[in-house]
Design a binder for this molecule. Structure first.
Ligand code: 5GP
Ligand code: ZN
Length: 112
């Protein structure tokens, strides 16, 4: 499968890593939209988008959310926004399930 984030997970494309274990990888977004902008992915291509989450693959999603506080700590932030764009009309450009972690002084109360 020709998937950009699978290639990043396989180290075929370099990334600025923040956290890595056997299940997940967190790295800095190449085009940050806030002071801190990280991406968290399951290493395995278990889902192209949140529409593909089901009972057989959701444990890694739970695991990602268990690890996000640790990733935020490494980033040195305690206020942050977690975003998932699901589908092209919602702004999804890479079809490998991922969560954005955004933090910085420019985050207001409005979501969009
Ligand atoms: P989406 O738009 O699918 O929700 O998020 C995809 C994100 O991946 C975008 O924020 C984009 O800047 C980021 N991105 C695209 N290509 C690369 C890349 O090669 N490396 C990294 N680190 N981020 C990327
Ligand atoms: Zn993939």
């Amino acid at each position: 499968m020709d998937c950009l984030f699978c290639k990043i997970a396989a180290n075929e494309i370099p990334s600025k890593k923040i956290y890595e274990d056997e299940m997940i990888l967190a790295y800095h977004d190449i085009a940050p939209q806030s002071d801190v902008h990280a991406l968290v992915i399951p290493k395995e291509h278990i889902a192209s988008s949140a529409n593909d989450i089901n009972s057989s693959n959701s444990s890694v999603i739970a695991y990602i959310f268990e690890k996000i506080p640790e990733i935020a700590k490494i980033l040195g932030v305690d206020s942050y926004r977690i975003i998932n764009n699901c589908g092209e009309k919602a702004g999804q450009t890479v079809k490998h399930l991922h969560f954005h972690i955004l933090s910085g002084d420019n985050l207001g109360e409005r979501l969009v």
